[in-house]
Design a protein around this ligand. Structure first.
Ligand SMILES: N[C@@H](CCC(=O)N[C@@H](CS)C(=O)NCC(=O)O)C(=O)O
Length: 195
């Protein structure tokens, strides 16, 4: 076995790679990036200081989307269509905004306050969820591929962190229900105790 994946259990960027690697053997190196030791190890591995990181022998790959491309090439995974690339870009936009909101919350910023920075991130998430809703009712989103893995990881994480609500979005709730019982979804579940 050659791969090591460095990341944390709750991170949605890491989770989608763990899902992608369901049938690819790897060692999972868990890192708490918010603790001193974890942060030191992180800065040793990447100047960007973000997880996930994939280590393949002498090669280190940063960024989940690049890791996806790297593994796709090495393992001959199906290429994404340009429409799927756009869907991924939309999901990544929402993910980055979700992470930014969580970091603001942890920095003591009220993320319900009428602040421009908060509104920009919230609006981006809402716009992406509006855009994705019609797809969620189509057969495409019943497939299990990197797009649906990414969407599942985002929605489940954002609900867990109270960054979004799906009360008014039944189609997206149904999307989560469709995939919830998959063995890899269960195996990578965010433990309640991590809250
Ligand atoms: N574009 C990156 C984003 C990864 C990212 O934002 N990871 C978060 C964890 S979910 C992180 O490492 N944050 C570091 C920090 O907050 O200091 C990717 O796709 O891998």
């Amino acid at each position: 076995m050659s791969y090591s994946l460095v990341g944390s259990v709750p991170s949605p960027f890491v989770r989608r790679i763990r899902m992608l690697m369901e049938s690819i053997p790897f060692e999972f190196r868990e890192l708490n990036i918010y603790e001193t030791d974890g942060h030191l190890e992180l800065s040793r591995l990447t100047p960007v200081r973000q997880i996930p990181i994939l280590i393949d022998g002498d090669r280190t790959i940063w960024d989940s989307r690049v890791i996806f491309s790297y593994l796709s090439e090495k393992h001959g995974l199906p290429r994404l269509t340009w429409e799927q690339e756009n869907l991924l870009t939309a999901i990544d936009g929402a993910l980055n905004s979700g992470v930014a909101l969580l970091l603001m919350k942890r920095s003591g910023i009220d993320i319900t306050a009428p602040l421009m920075i908060v509104k920009r991130h919230r609006d981006r998430i809402d716009s992406v969820l509006d855009f994705l809703t019609p797809y969620a009712t189509k057969d495409d989103f019943r497939d299990w591929n990197f797009v649906t893995m990414s969407l599942y990881s985002f929605l489940d994480w954002a609900l867990f962190r109270d960054v979004i609500s799906l009360t008014e979005r039944p189609a997206l709730k149904d999307f989560l229900l469709t995939h919830r019982e998959r063995p890899i979804v269960r195996a990578t579940q965010i433990p309640e105790g991590l809250r």
